[in-house]
Design a protein around this ligand. Structure first.
Ligand code: FAD
Length: 519
């Protein structure tokens, strides 16, 4: 009889849960240890005022891995959508709202030429995004080939690019390293349209439209699909926590165990390999394999400790850029807010405040110097329009990602938070006059709060900047890109690994495949 391999997973974020589910299904003895009182990490639904519930960090689903959805039967475990195919509605204080989705304009003063340009641009970018999407479910290739088998994953990537055809390939290679500002200037003149498209390239990053890596970030954002619709956006019924609850159920059904309120204080090392974990309570749990869903810096520099790492490797981990810039605003509203020029139907769409490219760049500028934006950009949803379970009858919940709010704010967030919240409310008031009077309760989570409450270093969306120098076999760092760490028996499975952040489950699935030897 062979002994069952035991695994401890540090963290029940959605990736940790996906990893646990795959490992338990393969017959391993899996225990998931979560610091918080409930599973889900940054993909969680929380009550933030009596009767008002909201997706506490991530709020829009666009990247969830369809293979994970199918393999783990997430629909049978409760995953359903309150709304699929949300349109983006760009707000402006001077112009009527501009509404578009999947390359089609639904409202706004847009010429026939510009509409055709949007269709062509969206089609081309979706082909490029598909190249990136094909990499999500793959373990990144190694930079050093020891056998012909090692070369196969790299050849597969090259083939995906080659499939674009000669002209497509040339264009892909041309734009991939450009900034989104220059690319959009090549295609469009409409300020609101350019800005709404650019916002997707900077959300969750420490970048402005003129920064390098923004075309890559934009393609990454478009690389997902919902129910087979590329680039679509959805609101899970019951908030983002439903995704994590479905993954937790899949893991439990497969035999994994979950302990919440169990913070890991350190990773145990014996005979030069990971041997288990020590909880904050002092309890020690031994395991054959330790998998961490915590971000790379937290896992390797805090829980393991640099003394167990080779100096050059520790230096690389230290250099992972994890300075979050996205804050989250939640408003419990006594009634539906009225945005200028917006019809009641449009209130349920994805609303963006980013009127032109320079507005976004100016919003970014202060963040470079440790200051928050005086005129922030926002991505707003009012999910209670589609999902009555989130607010008492007649009331509503507003959920907004707000940038730029740099983690490393001069003077610190405890002192700066009230000022930023007032700034954000003033911007909202300009677009939705009277909204302040509807507010029954407000919650602002700065990157500092996200770090404190969700255990993510720097409160960073992707557990570390997502960029071409932190992509595939370079993510999180060279020497750790295939989920196995230099210390035997230790693996990473979270957003800091390939393919990155967003609610996807791919990193969890890929890590499980490596642990199971199914590369
Ligand atoms: C403001 C903001 C808005 C976002 N909006 C979106 C969005 O709309 N759509 C989208 O797809 N993505 C969004 N994201 C990104 C998304 O939330 C994350 O990339 C994703 O949730 C990461 O999942 P994960 O499972 O890899 O890690 P996490 O969700 O961070 O989970 C890690 C888990 O490990 C636990 N943990 C950490 N340390 C320990 C320890 N020592 N002991 C035990 N447990 C520990 C944590 O408590 C946590 O539960 C947003 C991110 C931010 C910051």
């Amino acid at each position: 009889m062979t002994r069952q391999r035991s695994v401890v997973v540090i963290g029940a974020g959605h990736n940790g849960l996906a990893c646990a589910a795959y490992l338990a299904r393969a017959g391993l003895k899996v225990l998931v240890l979560e610091a918080a009182a409930q599973p889900g990490g940054a993909a969680v639904t929380r009550e933030f005022a009596p009767g008002f519930r909201v997706s506490a960090v991530a709020h829009l689903l666009n990247l969830l891995d369809p293979v994970v959805v199918k393999d783990l039967a997430l629909a049978q475990h409760g995953l359903a959508y309150a709304r699929e195919g949300l349109r983006t509605v760009a707000l402006s204080a001077e112009q009527p709202p501009l509404s578009f989705s999947a390359g089609e304009i639904y409202a706004g003063n847009v010429s026939a030429e510009e509409r055709a340009a949007l269709r062509a641009y969206t089609g081309r970018m979706q082909k490029f995004a598909h190249v990136i999407a094909r990499q999500h479910g793959r373990v990144p290739p190694r930079l050093r080939f020891e056998s012909w088998r090692d070369a196969l994953p790299a050849a597969a990537v090259a083939l995906d690019i080659r499939r674009l055809g000669r002209r497509g390939m040339q264009e892909f290679l041309r734009v991939a390293t450009m900034n989104i500002f220059d690319v959009l200037e090549e295609h469009f003149t409409h300020p609101q349209l350019k800005a709404a498209l650019a916002l997707d390239a900077v959300l969750g990053t420490r970048l402005g439209p003129r920064s390098g890596n923004t075309v890559y970030a934009s393609l990454y954002r478009q690389s997902g699909s919902v129910n087979g619709r590329p680039g679509a956006l959805a609101l899970p019924r019951g908030g983002m926590g439903v995704v994590s609850a479905a993954l937790a159920a899949a893991a439990m059904v497969a035999g994994a165990q979950l302990r919440c309120a169990a913070r890991v204080a350190g990773i145990l090392v014996q005979d030069g390999r990971a041997a288990g974990v020590r909880l904050l309570s002092g309890e020690e749990i031994l395991a054959d394999v330790v998998v961490s869903n915590a971000d790379p810096k937290t896992t390797l520099l805090q829980l393991l400790g640099a003394r167990h790492l080779e100096a050059e490797f520790a230096r690389r981990v230290h250099q992972v850029r994890a300075v979050g810039t996205a804050a989250k605003l939640h408003l419990a509203l006594g009634g539906p807010p009225q945005f200028r020029g917006l019809s009641p139907e449009q209130l349920g769409e994805r609303l963006v405040i980013a009127p032109d490219l320079d507005y976004i760049e100016r919003a970014f500028n202060p963040a470079k110097y440790g200051e928050y934006s005086g005129q922030p950009v926002m991505e707003i949803t009012v999910p209670s329009i589609h999902d009555a379970s989130l607010a008492p009858a007649g009331s509503h919940v507003l959920s907004a990602v707000v940038q730029y709010a740099p983690y490393d704010l001069k003077g610190g967030w405890p002192a700066g938070k009230a000022g930023f919240q007032a700034t954000v409310m003033a911007v909202l008031e300009r677009h939705a006059p009277g909204i302040g009077g509807l507010v029954r309760h407000a919650e602002l989570l700065t990157p500092y709060d996200i770090e404190q409450q969700f255990g993510i270093a720097g409160g960073h969306w992707h557990h570390g900047e997502l960029a071409l120098d932190r992509f595939m076999m370079l993510r999180p760092v060279v020497g750790a890109a295939q989920y196995a760490m230099p210390l035997d028996g230790l693996y990473l499975c979270g957003a800091g690994c390939h393919p990155g952040g967003g609610v996807m489950g791919s990193a969890g699935r890929n890590a499980a495949r490596v642990i199971l030897g199914k590369r």
